[in-house]
Structures are given as structure tokens and as C-alpha cells.
Write a protein that binds this ligand. Sequence first.
Ligand SMILES: Nc1ncnc2c1ncn2[C@@H]1O[C@H](COP(=O)(O)OP(=O)(O)OP(=O)(O)O)[C@@H](O)[C@H]1O
Ligand SMILES: [Mg+2]
Length: 259
Amino acid sequence: MMLLETTKLTRAYGGVVAVSQVDFQVREGLITGLIGPNGAGKTTLFNNMTGLDTPTSGKVYFKGADITNRSAHKICRMGIARTFQNIRLFKELSVLENVMVGLHFKTGKSSTTGRVMAAFLSYLKVVDEYELMNESAIKWLEFFQLESLKDELAKNLPYGHQRELEIARALATDPTILFLDEPAAGMNPSETDSLMKTIRRIRDLGITVVLIEHDMKLVMNICDTITVLNYGQNIAQGTPAEIRHNPKVVEAYLGKEET
Ligand SMILES: Nc1ncnc2c1ncn2[C@@H]1O[C@H](COP(=O)(O)OP(=O)(O)OP(=O)(O)O)[C@@H](O)[C@H]1O
Ligand SMILES: [Mg+2]
């Protein structure tokens, strides 16, 4: 059984069919890449697997259970976490508090605005839960070597660190599966290199990783298996070597990259 899969998933926005009849499979313990040209439907597919969007037709299964119409919040509590193509941090909260938001989601209450979150965190200080969450959040910051920046406001972090912080917050929800939407976007080569190692370390924690990425060096290096979307359709899946030599993929996408 696949850890997560979609069957004939379709998402149309009026006349635009962003994702068309896609069968997508995620095997437990692997790093799965999702690639394809701009506008191919990658983010839309992520949104439809994580409850941020609802498919026009088709199904999403997680551990065999149909999760097609569940809310993002419920899906998160089931063990599916994600980051966003455009970083979504609570910019006015500290680095530490941003990770604590993830821990908070794990406990099951939901609130999504920075202001509500700040109020919640000060409430925790009163009820002594703060120390516990504090410790756990710091563990995740240590994983990313961000602990010395814990009191900085998120908005003051360099871009690469903001991306890592978003991953730390997602990990704090204690996921089985982690979706990363272009985690290397905007990173310099040394940040990308360090991200590659981090993603392997996440996999080594037993977390299944699904990754949208345009950086082909990163994708080809760390993915165990890759699925390629083009105009909303799944045109290929296989190992990096198979994908690299697939004529359809070269024609649709890789041709431009490999010059
Ligand atoms: N909410 C929406 N309303 C209307 N059209 C949308 C919406 N979201 C996505 N689309 C369209 O669906 C198609 C797929 O977009 P999507 O963002 O999924 O592509 P992508 O593969 O993630 O691209 P990129 O690599 O540029 O991030 C595009 O044509 C896009 O304009
Ligand atoms: Mg996208």
C-alpha cells in the first residue's frame, strides 16, 4: 500500500484544467520529487492533497483512508505537513514562537492569525505549558542550527534561514509526511547544498518527503523517485536516471535545463 496516493485527481478553475486525471503515488520512507514546467499544476496538486483546495474530481488516500474532502487542519493532525512556495511565516513573531505554532497545531487547537497566536503563546506562559513547548521547539531549531537566532523576529532572518524555519515549523507538527514546495527557491548554491543534506536528515528521521523543485541538481541528487507533470498531466515517473533519459520529459522540461 502507498503511504499517500491520488487517483484520477482533477482540479479545474473554470476553463483552466490545472491538474488533469493525475495518479500520483508516494511510497513510505522515500524522497519523491514532483517536477515540471511553470504552470504544470505541481502546487495545485500539493494544495489538493493537503486540504487547501478541493479536487473537482478524483480521490486522495492517506494510509488507505479517503481524505479527499477533509479540512487542512484535520489533514495536518493526521500527520501531513507542508511548506509554501511563497514563505508563510508569522513575520512579527520570533523564530522560536514560529516553531511553537507548529507544536500548537500538533496539540489540535487551531488558530491561524499572528495576533491570535501571540495571545495563545502568552497564555501558555501563564499555564506552564510554555517551558515544555519551549524545549521541544528548541530541539527543532537545533536540528537546523538556528537556536542562536531564536529571539530574532522571523522577518529579520536571511531568506535561506526563513525557508529552514518554515520547514522547522512544519516538522514540529510531528508529521509522517512532509511536502516541500520549492524549498531551494531563492537560495544560493551553498544554502542549497546545506538544504540537500537537511532533507536527507529529515528522511533519516523516518519522515517521508515529497518535494517540488526546479533545481535539477538537487532533485536528481536526493530523490529516490520522480513524477513529472506537464499541462496538468502525469507524463512520467521513475528513478532520476529513468527521468533524465525519458524523451517526453526532455522534450517537455529538461531539454531547456541541460544546455
Ligand atoms: N486559484 C486559482 N485560480 C485560477 N487558476 C489557478 C489557480 N491556481 C492555479 N491556477 C492555474 O493552474 C495552473 C497550474 O498552476 P500551479 O500553480 O499549480 O503550477 P506550478 O506547477 O506549481 O507552477 P510553478 O512552477 O510556476 O510554481 C496555472 O495555469 C495557474 O494559473
Ligand atoms: Mg508552484
